[in-house]
Design a protein around this ligand. Structure first.
Ligand code: GLU
Length: 489
């Protein structure tokens, strides 16, 4: 029997979880799900000054929104794990202290008393020889113990000879000579542990078998493998994912990656669209574009992730979102539409039924936000006409036709799309105008803009009273234009 696969996502709550971070989480989650393993969440919050509650909330809410559920450790009693199965590094200080002590006892670590000035001199000397600045090992063989009141740092005794080989699932074999690695600090002079130590202690304690993370960590990996070895553990298998770049192939900026993953939710994207988009950033399966979560789990293969960085493609995300909006059940889309409209301060209590609106609009728009923008007119009066649309369509030439349409609509027995269509059509025929030449001014008159569902559906949704009132308002506007013209001539 092969061992259970355990992956983890280990964000630091020092900045908002962005699209790159969430893709790392997705790949780790998929790998665990695909292999019937466990996916764990560890919050790397040892930097108390820079960690924030708000950043933690984005991590937890973002993962919940996307359905990336984490698992516990099986035993439920790991130090620093909360009742939801999340491991917090800030609650594991004792465990790190024990590991540091163990390394000191095994002489795989040592106290370093070098002063800032000495380290600076070392740095300069190395640079003058054209070498990389590194610790020269002054305290390494001294074995000196701190006297009372002394607060030295602790350095890891990195092996001097040999190579570290990372058999990376994405990058292939990466070989680093130990000569390249100096003795890194594992405990600061205040006793606090540093990143490379805590990661190793935790990955070992959590039984992590596969570390999937951004390739910005690749240079930490050989150091971590050496620490695993010194602590007497087998190192996990690694997969370093290439970065995500902005659409121009440059480093991701807030403008493109969105400051936080929740911005995508607030901009009206569906979680399944974002997941589908993210899985395709750097991974493909033939020319398939659409993947349900179940399909991703079945097909995702970390070994096939591209070595080259992937660039964001906002059009692709919009296309996927449109696809999932169309596929989505009207009840669910209505619920999202409602939340968005309410956030915009729109009272959605009146008719039309949101489900009906959502059912129609979801075929036409790319995001929920766009849907909300194009549905507001159904629930509140619009303050102003879209200037360009009004200028182009609410002109004296359509005055008579619109007036006739208003009369015909006022006299309809039933307020239904077929009857509405027939009424508008009859006026068009009588005026020898194309249907669209009347429908578009009509649309601008009742919606304030040039975009809405087909005119009969738009009017049906809006209801007779409001349609007639808005047509009246538009006719007054046109009349004012007619009058102004008469004065000019
Ligand atoms: N906490 C690290 C980060 O947010 C990740 C550490 C890891 O995955 O090993 O970049």
């Amino acid at each position: 029997m092969t061992a259970e696969v355990i992956t983890r996502f280990a964000p630091s709550p020092t900045g908002f979880l962005h699209i790159g971070g969430i893709r790392t989480a997705l790949f780790s989650w998929l790998y665990a799900r695909r292999h019937n393993g466990r996916f764990m969440l560890r919050i790397e919050d040892t930097d108390r000054a820079r960690s924030t509650e708000a950043a933690l909330e984005v991590i937890l809410d973002g993962m919940a929104w996307l359905g990336l559920a984490h698992d516990g450790d099986g035993s439920g009693n790991m130090a620093g794990m909360d009742d939801k199965g999340i491991v917090y590094q800030s609650r594991r200080m004792q465990v790190y202290q024990d590991a540091i002590r163990k390394l000191l006892e095994r002489e795989r670590a040592y106290h370093c008393f070098c002063s800032r000035e000495e380290l600076e001199a070392m740095r300069k000397e190395a640079m003058s020889r054209g070498e990389k600045p590194r610790y020269n090992g002054t305290c390494r063989e001294r074995g000196r113990q701190p006297a009372a009141g002394e607060t030295p740092v602790v350095r890891f005794k990195n092996p001097i000879d040999g190579d570290v080989i990372i058999d990376d699932l994405i990058q292939g074999p990466v070989v680093i000579g130990n000569r390249e690695l100096d003795d890194l600090i594992i405990a600061r002079s205040d006793g606090s542990p540093t990143y490379n130590l805590t990661v190793v202690v935790d990955d070992a304690a959590m039984g992590v078998t596969h570390v999937i993370r951004g390739d910005d960590h690749l240079n930490n990996t050989p150091r971590q493998i050496n620490i695993f070895d010194a602590l007497g553990y087998d190192a996990p298998t690694y997969a370093h994912i290439p970065l995500i770049l902005d659409p121009d192939g440059k480093k991701l900026s807030k403008r493109h990656g969105a400051a936080s993953v929740l911005d995508y939710r607030d901009q009206g994207y569906l979680p399944e669209a974002l997941l589908n988009y993210l899985v395709r950033l750097g991974w493909s399966h033939g020319d398939q574009e659409i993947f349900s979560a179940a399909e991703m789990i079945e097909l995702f293969d970390i070994g096939q992730v591209n070595k080259a960085a992937a660039a964001l493609n906002p059009d692709k995300l919009a296309w996927l979102n449109q696809h999932y909006l169309r596929e989505g059940r009207a009840e669910r889309i209505a619920c999202l539409l409602k939340t968005t409209l309410v956030r915009l301060g729109v009272d959605v209590s009146g008719p039309p039924d949101l489900k009906e609106v959502a059912g129609i609009q979801k075929e036409r728009v790319k995001t929920i936000t766009e849907m909300a923008g194009q549905s507001r007119f159904l629930y509140e009066e619009f303050a102003e006409y879209d200037q360009t649309a009004a200028k182009k369509h609410l002109r004296p030439v359509v005055f008579e036709a619109l007036q006739q349409v208003r009369e015909a609509l006022a006299g309809l027995d039933a307020w239904e799309r077929e009857a509405i269509h027939a009424a508008v059509n009859a006026v068009a025929e009588q005026q020898a105008m194309k249907f669209g030449k009347i429908a578009q001014p009509l649309r601008v008159a009742v919606t304030g803009s040039a975009v809405s569902p087909s005119i009969d559906i738009t009017l049906e949704l809006l209801g007779r009273d409001r349609t007639l009132a808005r047509l009246g308002r538009a006719l007054e506007l046109i009349q004012r234009r007619v009058d102004a013209r008469a004065m000019d001539s």
